[in-house]
Design a protein around this ligand. Sequence first.
Ligand SMILES: Nc1ncnc2c1ncn2[C@@H]1O[C@H](COP(=O)(O)OP(=O)(O)OP(=O)(O)O)[C@@H](O)[C@H]1O
Length: 327
Amino acid sequence: MSEPSIVEISDLEVAFKVRTGRRGKRELLRAVNRASLSVGRGETVAVVGESGSGKSTMARAVLRQVALRGGTVRIDGVDVTSMRSREFRALRRKVQMVFQDPYSSLDPAMTVAESIAEPLVVHTNLNRRERHDRVAELLDVVGLSARHLDRYPYEFSGGQRQRLAIARAVALNPEAVLCDEPVSALDMSTQNQIINLLKDLQAQFGVSLLFISHDLAVVRHIAHRVAVMYLGSIVETGPAERVFSRPAHPYTKALLAAVPVPDPEVQQAGRRPSIRGDAFSGTTTAGCPFAGRCPEAMDLCREQTPPDFPVDGGGVGACWLLAEKVA
Ligand SMILES: Nc1ncnc2c1ncn2[C@@H]1O[C@H](COP(=O)(O)OP(=O)(O)OP(=O)(O)O)[C@@H](O)[C@H]1O
């Protein structure tokens, strides 16, 4: 039997009670709506979509940082959804997280050595000397040097701080790293350096990456597969090459139209203008979430939620227009 995916999300639902309108009525906001996604070993899956589409919430659900309303999360084949905290702790080591703001994982009051060593103190039996050596080794892996050991995070540039956060995330040899907008706060050349570092780590250690970004241009350089999220729903998934060259869902087309694409073949593929119209409210349930802004919406789209249809070239798209191609 083949090895299970390192992370497998099935029919995931996360909802928050939010106040809406002037009267402040509390409604259920479906931040993640029946999302399914798997990340294979050594694979990079990018989750893209506008702000508020539920990308971070989905990642947080993997690490049990938000309560699930439905669905399951498996780590290395094991359902962690209703596992006891103690059992989960052991599995939790396998999946680490890197955030947009490195201060989310680096305590400004701790030296680099202390910050990176912390997971080693908590989860391993390494003695002080061994921890020191491991931290020095990790700094080397992320392109920094052991002379940085006694410095504090504020003494580093944004890119260097992200390298430190990555060093800490890989300290326990995780099998997957969930990267939540890891380069969004960085300038273009530093973004490229961090992307290359993540790719190197993958090549060296076979680590899987779930790479969350609103920026398709960034994702293009790192993803093997792409999942496109819109208002809590995954509307399209597929091999990156296919999604970029032949996007199937009107929302993916609109997202791609909004970024400059250097590939002339892709530019000719009839891009749509940027997204217009009202966003579907995340508190509503019927129909396609993109129907209100979709230039190709039909009556059916407003009435029934489309299931996933296979897409030529790989992957699936949740769009009624794809049903015609299947029939
Ligand atoms: N703790 C919370 N309480 C209430 N609503 C929340 C909470 N966390 C997230 N949300 C809402 O859930 C939706 C999805 O948010 P999420 O942060 O997952 O989106 P995102 O795609 O990662 O966007 P961003 O890049 O802006 O973080 C948004 O409407 C957000 O306001």
